[in-house]
Ligand binder design. Structure first.
Ligand code: SF4
Length: 441
């Protein structure tokens, strides 16, 4: 997770990341494989039309966010779900901690949720004394390492299997093989017991369907199903931007989401949850289910004429996958919590100027992110807008200030041009043109 620090310290960290051969190899291998996988996954599909349909569906949902929330709440409550609305990250964490407290929870299992990363939910719950265990393999690995995710879909992409084998060796106290299948087995063996012992499961959601009050999760490891079914309490933490009118719209998004994220036609599991399921460990055999919607600036963003489109984002991570800067330095140096082009923008809105100011100036505006965005977001333009806002708020660098002053004054501009014409004489030899710059330039 990129912390706010001065530019010099940040540049030093970026330099270090550039020297990290391990990281560069991992990122390069992934970037090459991803491009081929994505092309194959979309073969024969009208991608432009799909992206445009997703943009329209999401724009409708953004414009009707409040109505969709009310509709969702009414329908979910009919099925026995408790629906909450948190205005801030802190409020969301407090609501979830209160639910844990009221239900005498001690152990919590969690499936992957960028929204929970956004609110730093684990830190809050752990500080309150709860035992929180990540169950997504990548999330569990970075939890054991005490790190944040370096990618929104593949949180441990910066690590090699050898590093993971060393980590598992330390954790289990037994030498572990670096074969991927064996490493997966270690995780499965260690985590299975946790689901059984947990009192509460926390998940995110990819979709919140207003017309039925259901949530949808697209996952690959099956851990989210265990997290949402086995423990006696289930809490889903969901950004308001995940609200969508119906299953029809969700399925539209889901045609692009796995293809754009990992080059898969569909994820291994697509789970729809409508109301609390039966649960043998719960009182009267009925699970307690809560859905906590997070605002954290989303309602204001929805009304912003320039930036509302960022709420179309389906968190596929493709804008990181193709970003040349991300490929060079990885997500820990090119993201705060949210990674990739979208991360540069929403970090400013969700986590503040301080966290965004260093990151945003690394964008080289190549446009690769815009070309692959599943929701047709004009990412390069919005990154420039964020940079301009940060500079307006924090003050422009001296060179930009001087240049701005010169460009605003016709007289000053022409005076400087005339002076430059005289000043260049020693190197132009009275010619009007300069064929080669002097060496010291
Ligand atoms: S901005 Fe677009 S490409 Fe990036 S994560 Fe969101 S939907 Fe995917």
């Amino acid at each position: 997770m990129q912390e706010a620090k001065n530019l010099k310290a940040y540049k030093k960290e970026v330099d270090d990341a550039l020297q990290n051969e391990f990281l560069r190899t991992a990122m390069d291998n992934f970037a090459v494989a991803y491009r081929t996988g994505r092309v194959n996954a979309f073969a024969g599909m009208d991608v432009e039309k799909l992206v445009s349909d997703i943009a329209d569906a999401k724009d409708y949902a953004i414009a009707h966010m409040d109505e969709l929330f009310e509709e969702f709440k009414t329908n979910a409550e009919k099925t026995g779900v408790h629906v909450h609305l948190a205005r801030t990250a802190q409020e969301a964490n407090e609501i979830i901690a209160r639910i844990a407290d009221e239900n005498n929870v001690a152990k919590i299992v969690k499936s992957k949720s960028m929204t929970a990363e956004e609110t730093l939910l684990n830190h809050h719950l752990e500080a309150d004394g709860y035992d929180v265990i990540e169950t997504d393999l990548g999330e569990w690995i970075i939890q054991l390492r005490g790190e944040g995710p370096s990618h929104m879909v593949m949180p441990a992409i910066h690590l090699s299997r050898y590093q993971v084998a060393d980590l598992f060796t330390d954790f289990t106290g037994q030498k572990q093989d670096s074969e991927i299948e064996r490493l997966v087995k270690v995780a499965r063996r260690e985590l299975r017991q946790q689901y059984v012992e947990a009192d509460m499961g926390i998940s995110g959601a990819n979709f919140a369907l207003a017309d039925t009050g259901s949530i949808g999760l697209a996952t690959n490891e099956g851990n989210a199903r265990l997290v949402t079914t086995l423990p006696r309490v289930h809490v889903a933490l969901v950004g308001l931007d995940k609200l969508i009118p119906s299953l029809h719209d969700a399925l539209l998004v889901n045609r692009a989401l796995p293809r754009n994220a990992t080059g898969q036609g569909i994820t291994s599991y697509v789970t729809w949850i409508t109301g609390p399921n039966a649960c043998a460990s719960a009182l009267e055999n009925k699970k307690e289910m809560h859905i906590v919607f997070l605002d954290n600036g989303r309602r204001d963003l929805a009304k912003d004429p320039i930036f509302s489109q960022v709420l179309r984002c389906v968190r596929c991570g493709a804008c990181a996958n193709v970003c040349p800067v991300y490929r060079m330095v990885g997500g820990h140096k090119y993201g705060h919590i949210y990674i990739g082009a979208i991360g540069l923008i929403i970090t400013y809105f969700f986590h503040g100027r301080d966290k965004a100011k260093n990151l945003v100036q690394n964008c080289i505006n190549c446009g690769a992110c815009k070309a692959v965005c599943a929701a047709g977001i004009d990412l390069p333009r919005l990154i420039k807008e964020v940079l301009a806002r940060i500079q307006d708020e924090a003050g422009h660098p001296l060179t930009s200030l001087l240049l701005g002053k010169v460009l605003r004054s016709r007289k000053l501009f022409h005076t400087l041009l005339r002076s430059a014409r005289i000043a260049q004489k020693p190197v132009t030899d009275d010619s009007q043109y300069l064929r080669h710059l002097p060496f010291f330039f």
